[in-house]
Design a binder for this molecule. Structure first.
Ligand code: ADP
Ligand code: ADP
Length: 226
C-alpha cells in the first residue's frame, strides 16, 4: 500500500496568492523523493499540506491506504519546517528531542536511548543542555531534524534540510537520512538546488513557478534535460 496519495491538491493563501494547483502525487513506501523548484514555487506549502499542517482548498491526502488524518498519524509522519526555530520551542535542545516521543507516550527509557543515538548521529552531544535559541543556524537545523526523527516516523517530510549548513555537517545530515531510508523510512525533501538532488533522492518532482508539477520521474531521466 502506498505511503502517501495526494489527489488534485490546491491551495491559496488568505491574501489570494495561489500557491499550488492540481497536485497529484503518489509516494510508495521506502522512496526517496526530492521536491525541486525555484523559490516561491510552492515547495513549503506542498510539504505542509502533505504533512496535514494546512487544509487544502480542494483535493485530499491519504496516508498508508487508510482514512486517518495526519493528526491521528503523528507517530508515523514527521515534518520539519524550513525555519528550524519553528520546531524548537522548549528550554533545552534535549527537551525538544524529548517532546515528540513524550507526546506519543513513548516510555522514557526508549526515548532516552533514541535521543542519545540521534545526538551522536547529528553532532549534538555538546549542545543538549543549551537553549535552542543560543545555537547557530546550522546547529538549529541539525537539532530540528533530530527532533523530527525522534518519533521514529515511517514518513518524513523535510523542508530544505541542508540549508545554512556547512559542508561537513551537510554530509552528516545526508548520511543520517540515507541510513533512515536504508532502514525503510520514506523520505521527502524539498530543495531549490538541482545539484543536490542526485545526492538526496532517486525520484524528483519538479514544480514550476505557478505551483504545478511539470515533471515527475527518476532523477536520472528528469535532470538530464533540465
Ligand atoms: P517555496 O517553498 O517553493 O519557496 P512557498 O510554498 O514558500 O514556496 O510559497 C509559494 C507561494 O506562496 C509564493 O508565491 C509565496 O510568496 C506565497 N506565500 C507563502 N507563504 C505565504 C503566506 N503566508 N501568505 C501569502 N502568500 C504566501
Ligand atoms: P501545530 O501548531 O499545528 O501544532 P507545529 O508545527 O507546531 O504545528 O507542530 C506540528 C506537529 O509537530 C505537532 O504534532 C507537534 O507536536 C510536532 N512538533 C512540533 N515541534 C516539535 C518538536 N520540537 N519535537 C517534536 N515534535 C514537534
Amino acid at each position: 500500500m502506498n505511503t502517501l496519495d495526494a489527489r488534485d491538491l490546491s491551495f491559496a493563501y488568505p491574501d489570494g496568492t495561489t500557491a499550488l494547483g492540481g497536485i497529484d502525487l503518489t509516494i510508495e513506501a521506502g522512496e526517496r523523493v526530492a521536491i525541486l523548484g525555484p523559490n516561491g514555487a510552492g515547495k513549503s506549502t506542498l510539504l505542509s499540506l502533505l504533512a496535514g499542517l494546512r487544509d487544502p482548498a480542494s483535493g485530499e491526502v491519504r496516508y498508508f491506504g487508510t482514512d486517518e488524518s495526519a493528526d491521528d498519524l503523528r507517530d508515523r509522519i514527521a515534518h520539519c519546517p524550513q525555519t528550524p526555530a519553528d520546531y524548537l520551542f522548549n528550554a533545552t535542545v534535549r527537551e525538544d528531542l524529548e517532546y515528540g516521543p513524550a507526546q506519543l507516550g513513548i516510555d522514557r527509557g526508549t526515548a532516552t536511548g533514541r535521543i542519545d543515538a540521534l545526538a551522536a548521529e547529528f553532532g549534538l552531544d555538546g549542545l543538549l543542555e543549551k537553549p535552542p535559541f543560543r545555537l547557530s543556524g546550522g546547529e538549529q537545523r541539525r537539532a530540528s531534524l533530530a527532533a523530527a526523527l525522534a518519533v521514529d516516523p515511517e514518513l518524513v517530510l523535510l523542508d530544505e534540510p541542508v540549508a545554512d549548513v556547512d559542508a561537513d555537517h551537510r554530509e552528516m545530515i545526508l548520511d543520517a537520512l540515507d541510513r533512515r531510508n536504508e532502514a525503510g523510512t520514506t523520505i521527502v525533501v524539498s530543495t531549490p538546488d538541482a545539484d543536490l538532488v542526485p545526492r538526496i533522492a532517486d525520484r524528483v518532482v519538479l514544480l514550476d513557478r505557478t505551483g504545478s508539477i511539470v515533471r515527475d520521474g527518476q532523477v536520472r531521466e528528469v535532470l538530464t534535460d533540465h
